[in-house]
Ligand binder design. Structure first.
Ligand SMILES: Nc1ncnc2c1ncn2[C@@H]1O[C@H](COP(=O)(O)OP(=O)(O)OP(=O)(O)O)[C@@H](O)[C@H]1O
Ligand SMILES: [Mg+2]
Length: 274
């Protein structure tokens, strides 16, 4: 049973069971998880190390399938998709941001963001425009040609966020996105994602131990030993009403006037289109 209207859910898990098999041993990880993730909100999954957060995020991100139970993302029961269909579905609907950034080291910032659009077969001129808008949105238009090794940790994570958003996903899954960042850079990254969420109504699902990310959450899911221990939803929360984070975004773009202007100039709709 869901505690929210199914129409308000961007993803849901119903009676989900997941184990890993290691040699002859089966390790149960998720033991009957029921969860609805609210559309357009910041959902943070908390829990001790080994409690199953990454496993649950991988299921919500359609990287993996459950042993038992149902996973529905963006209205689609993933059991109805074969592996190829699932991978297309994932590319179209879900963006990923990882703790260790996972950028391709031999590609520039521009090319990393461009890559999913190349795979999607987007026409080159449109692709270039979109990549530049994304890099502007994360304040990195001046670093387009840098390789990941020539960027700071915060900048790499901003490239990863731009890449995650390239195909206008409905959901972004971020597994400990601030764990490798200092607290100031982490706060700026959170502010950036918050801004993306508010502006473009993208749903974010995180796992995190970071107290600033936890404070920014609309919904907090506590996982313990592979079961949901509690779900706390901000009552009647307007998605992203944590105004105190907004100022950090200016820090994020290092007071770059060009960057700030272009951010404000971005249209609310058809943001990525020319
Ligand atoms: N591919 C795998 N094969 C076997 N066991 C695994 C695999 N992935 C995870 N596990 C086990 O599943 C359990 C849950 O792992 P998971 O990575 O989901 O935890 P987590 O909550 O994300 O932890 P952390 O906070 O440390 O990232 C752990 O006991 C882990 O050892
Ligand atoms: Mg984990």
């Amino acid at each position: 049973m869901s505690d929210i209207d199914p129409a308000d859910a961007v993803a849901s898990l119903t009676d989900v069971v997941k184990s890993y098999r290691m040699d002859a041993v089966t390790v149960p990880v998720l033991r009957g998880v029921n969860l609805s993730v609210r559309l357009g909100h910041f959902t943070v999954v908390l829990g001790p190390s080994g409690s199953g957060k990454t496993t649950m995020l991988n299921l919500l991100g359609c990287i993996d399938r459950p042993d038992e139970g149902r996973v529905v993302v963006a209205g689609v029961d993933i059991a109805t998709l074969d592996d190829d269909e699932l991978s297309d579905f994932r590319a179209e609907n879900i963006g990923f941001v990882f703790q260790n950034f996972n950028l391709i080291p031999v590609l520039s910032a521009f090319e990393n963001v461009e890559y999913p659009l190349v795979l999607a077969g987007m026409e080159p001129a449109r692709r270039r425009r979109r990549v530049m808008r994304l890099l502007e949105a994360v304040g990195l238009e001046g670093r387009a040609n840098n390789l990941p090794g020539q960027l700071s940790g915060g900048q790499r994570q901003r490239v990863a966020i731009a890449r995650a958003l390239a195909r206008k996903p409905k959901v972004v899954i971020a597994d400990e996105p601030t764990a490798n960042l200092d607290s100031k850079t982490g706060a700026a990254i959170i502010a950036l994602m918050r801004w993306m969420q508010q502006k473009f109504h993208i749903s974010f699902i995180f796992s995190s131990h970071d107290s600033s990310l936890i404070k920014a959450a609309d919904d907090l899911i506590l996982l313990r030993d592979g079961a949901i221990q509690s779900v706390r939803r901000k009552p009647a929360s307007v998605p992203g009403d944590n105004a105190e984070l907004a100022g950090d975004f200016d820090d994020l773009i290092d007071g770059d006037a060009r960057g700030s202007r272009s951010l404000k100039a971005l249209p609310d709709t058809a943001w990525l289109e020319s």
